[in-house]
Design a protein around this ligand. Structure first.
Ligand SMILES: [Zn+2]
Length: 108
């Protein structure tokens, strides 16, 4: 059985002390890393492992996660312009929630 590896962006949600909810937390699948063409997939996997540290767990530092996403766009070209703009908007809108990126395996 093969395992897919998906990259997600999500947030931890945001509510105040009176339990007024600004965001109840959400998560979006960005791309299936294992679905990239082999040469690019290997380079991206290597980047996500060594440089981004995403194989050790989620990246929860806002700036670090934001930079990783931008490098995936700029250096590896794995997002369309419309998609990177959506993701950047997500980072802005959910900044107070705590934004993270994470790799999640999925059995085929
Ligand atoms: Zn949020």
């Amino acid at each position: 059985m093969a395992t897919r590896l998906n990259l997600y962006v999500g947030c931890n949600g945001n509510a105040d002390r009176e339990r007024f909810v600004y965001c109840s937390s959400c998560r979006n699948k960005l791309i299936e890393i294992t679905g990239l063409e082999p040469l690019k997939r290997d380079k991206v996997m290597d980047f996500l492992d060594r440089a981004a540290g995403l194989f050790d767990g989620p990246v929860e530092n806002h700036n670090k996660a934001f930079n990783i996403i931008n490098m995936l766009y700029r250096d590896f070209g794995i997002f369309e312009i419309a998609q990177i703009m959506k993701i950047q908007q997500f980072f802005q809108q959910h900044k107070q929630c705590g934004v993270y990126i994470v790799l999640i395996p999925e059995e085929k």
